[in-house]
Ligand binder design. Structure first.
Ligand code: IPM
Ligand code: MG
Length: 358
């Protein structure tokens, strides 16, 4: 049955990098190895420009009726002074919450060809392969009450960090299921020495662990986890954590690999529907210059094939094609190193396409 992919390029470098991924999708369609239709819609700042809303009604409708969503990035300086509910980030958060995409998979993999790009010593990061499983639809990002109001003659800003047992349990199961297909080890990151919400988190993780006797569960406070990530990251296999801790730790983990421009992500609901996007943002400083790295978006298509479209054979072909292009020494500026050939966004996309055809 033909599946539908919503293409949401978004802002900044989003349209440039998504165009390279769409080139691959179109080729795979033409070749007959992918049976999909694609439809594009604006989101984020582009949604605001087109319809006065970072998540226009038509975009949400398209996302709802699609089997998978490919998103570029949202945000830009021109939108920063808009009221909070009109800002680009609201489009992204709206998609996550409206579609219940609670399980955010953020792999941090070091490509051997890029070992020099890391700011850490090669022996510390060589062979790095961590999967961060971030809860994405709850916690302090969405908790109520929230706001800024007058109290005692001054303004007071506040948010609520809370999780229901069922929310902790489902993200826990996501993490354990993934660990079963990897190194069978889960580190749950919390702040249980200070926060009640973390105390409950830890208790529920222990309970979930009982259903996965083969997986080893450990717990770590988030401050220590940040330290351990830069000290000896290879101790981790799967890390599972709350929305905000995961936001922070996944940026740190991504940078261990030397380029955030290489890393894809998946945000999944309970039925395998997912939104796929590069981990990096909209990079307004380089938007329109044709130098952005399209590989994270291309690798996001591979993740989409694996997790939502049930086609791991083609996913592997895409990943191998990216590997071949790196072997050939082609590099966008963000991953450039001595002796390699610097190329732009389109040339990099073309090279992956050629490698895929070969
Ligand atoms: C991310 C981003 C988003 C987040 C922003 C853009 C709302 O930083 O996906 O990590 O905080 O979740
Ligand atoms: Mg972030």
């Amino acid at each position: 049955m033909t599946q539908k992919i919503a293409i949401l390029p978004g802002d900044g470098i989003g349209p440039e990098i998504v165009a390279e991924a769409v080139k691959l999708i179109d080729f795979l369609k033409a070749e007959g190895s992918l049976d999909v239709i694609t439809e594009e819609a604006p989101v984020g700042g582009a949604g605001y420009d087109a319809a006065g809303d970072p998540l226009p009604e038509a975009t949400l409708k398209l996302a709802r009726e699609s089997d998978a969503i490919l998103l570029g990035a949202v945000g830009g300086p021109q939108y920063e002074s808009l009221p909070r509910d009109k800002r680009p980030e609201k489009g992204l958060l709206g998609l996550r919450s409206e579609l219940t995409l609670f399980s955010n998979l953020r792999p941090a993999i070091l490509y051997p060809q890029l070992a020099d790009a890391s700011s850490l010593k090669a022996e510390i990061v060589a062979g790095l392969d961590i999967m961060i499983v971030r809860e994405l639809t709850g916690g302090i990002y969405f908790g109520a009450p929230r706001g800024i109001e007058d109290r005692n003659g001054e303004r007071y800003g506040y948010n609520t960090a809370g999780y229901a047992e069922s929310e902790i349990e489902r993200i826990g199961r996501s993490a354990f299921d993934i660990a079963m297909k990897r190194g069978k080890s889960v580190c749950s990151v919390d702040k249980a020495n200070v926060l009640e919400v973390s105390e409950l988190w830890r208790e529920v993780m222990e309970r979930v662990a009982k259903d996965y006797p083969e997986v080893e569960l450990s717990h770590m406070y988030v401050d220590n986890a940040a330290m351990q990530l830069v000290k000896w990251p290879k101790q981790f296999d799967v890390m599972v954590t709350s929305n905000m801790f995961g936001d922070i730790l996944s940026d740190a983990a991504a940078m261990l690999t030397g380029s955030i421009g290489m890393l894809p992500s998946a945000s999944l609901d309970a039925n395998g529907k997912g939104m796929y996007e590069p981990i990096h943002g909209s990079a307004p400083d380089i938007a329109g210059k044709g130098v952005a790295n399209p590989l994270a978006t291309i690798l996001s298509v591979a993740m989409m094939l694996r997790y939502s479209l049930n086609n791991s054979a083609v996913a592997e072909r895409i990943e191998n094609a990216v590997g071949k292009v790196l072997d050939k020494g082609l590099r966008t500026p963000d991953i450039m190193s001595e002796g390699c050939e610097e190329v732009g966004t389109v040339a990099m996309g073309d090279a992956v396409l050629e490698a895929l055809k070969a």
